[in-house]
Write a protein that binds this ligand. Structure first.
Ligand SMILES: Nc1ncnc2c1ncn2[C@@H]1O[C@H](COP(=O)(O)OP(=O)(O)OP(=O)(O)O)[C@@H](O)[C@H]1O
Ligand SMILES: [Mg+2]
Length: 312
């Protein structure tokens, strides 16, 4: 797999040593936001802290405020009250360029992001705006397209690509600017399972191999345990809870209140519990396999015991 050699892309520390040891890379403090046309708060006192190298899921139902929250992280929207900090600096008109180089946002709808007539020109747009040399721009475009597995599409019209391919081009356009944080608004929405997995793999790679802090929003409760180090649950513009996926998905009332549900795998374990089996509720396929193997082991041991008890 391709690895970037530039200093900003080096990721030499182990994952654990990076996460939550440094100061937050993104911090939102008491953000309140009203859209002019609406009387209700789209964001209601939202506070969150995200640390370098983390993979964060912002989990919320339709209309919860996910896209509004993301538009605050790189300064597209300014809060009515509260503060947004990127690398410890409060986001303001003065540092907005720097903030947008640090934090790249991949919009919910790639058609809002992809504007140029060819894929190559589109991915080059950010690096050209950064004032980079032609050679550096070319290098960045090739590198970004390779990272999203879209090399060979340079001359294609983005508007004639599939939804998944458009999403990958939009991600490449952001990666070409070498951000430290990438924010992805519902990156798998509307994609088939194969393409959704492909996008999730690219997201994993940008985090693990390039050290990029990743924040994604979703209402897909099944992908969250596979991806997130930590989860923020939002509902009606409020942060209702934060914690690991394990902590979040055992809170039935919270999930119901936020119009969410447990992952399907956890529902299966609940059914097993209701059938009288003493199982721990698991939320990922790998943990589910281990728990089932543990149960099978117990059953085999019990059978062995019974056979021994019944022996002459
Ligand atoms: N441009 C706008 N003008 C007025 N109200 C808006 C605007 N955009 C969003 N809203 C309102 O703000 C609230 C939060 O919307 P937002 O789009 O942030 O939610 P979301 O969690 O991204 O939803 P979805 O999952 O459907 O994308 C909703 O009540 C929505 O109706
Ligand atoms: Mg949205």
């Amino acid at each position: 797999m391709y690895k970037c050699t530039s200093q900003s892309f080096l990721f030499t520390q182990s994952r654990q040593s990076i996460i939550m040891t440094d100061a937050p890379i993104i911090e939102l403090k008491d953000i309140v936001y009203f859209y002019a046309s609406s009387k209700t708060k789209a964001l209601d006192n939202v506070s969150l802290s995200i640390y370098p190298g983390e993979k964060i899921a912002i989990l919320g139902a339709n209309g919860a405020g996910k896209s509004t929250l993301f538009r605050h992280i790189n300064g597209i929207l300014r809060p009515n009250s509260g503060k947004v900090f990127v690398k410890g600096e409060e986001v303001s008109r003065k540092n907005i360029r720097k903030v947008r180089q640090t934090v790249g946002i991949v919009f919910q709808n790639p058609d809002d992001q992809i504007l140029a007539p060819t894929v190559e020109q589109d991915v080059a747009f950010g690096p050209i705006n950064m004032g980079l040399s032609e050679m550096e721009v070319e290098k960045r475009v090739a590198e970004a397209l390779r990272l999203v597995h879209m090399s060979g599409f340079e001359g294609r019209s983005p508007h004639h690509l599939s939804g998944g391919q458009k999403k990958l081009v939009a991600i490449a356009g952001i990666l070409a600017m070498r951000p430290e944080v990438v924010v992805l608004d519902e990156p798998t929405a509307g994609l088939d399972p194969f393409t959704a997995s492909q996008i999730m793999r690219v997201i994993e790679e940008m985090n693990l191999e390039l050290g990029i802090t990743v924040i994604l929003s979703t209402h897909d409760v099944d992908i969250v345990p596979l991806f997130a180090d930590r989860v923020y649950v939002i509902h009606h513009g409020k942060v209702e809870a934060q914690g690991t996926a394990r902590e979040i998905f055992r809170q039935h009332e919270l999930l119901e209140h936020a119009h969410l549900r447990m992952p399907r795998i956890a529902e299966l374990f609940e059914l097993l519990q209701e059938s009288g089996l003493e199982v721990d509720i698991k939320i990922t396929p790998a943990d589910a396999r281990d728990e089932i193997l543990r149960l099978l082991g117990m059953i085999i041991d019990l059978q062995g015991q019974n056979n021994a008890d019944n022996a002459y």
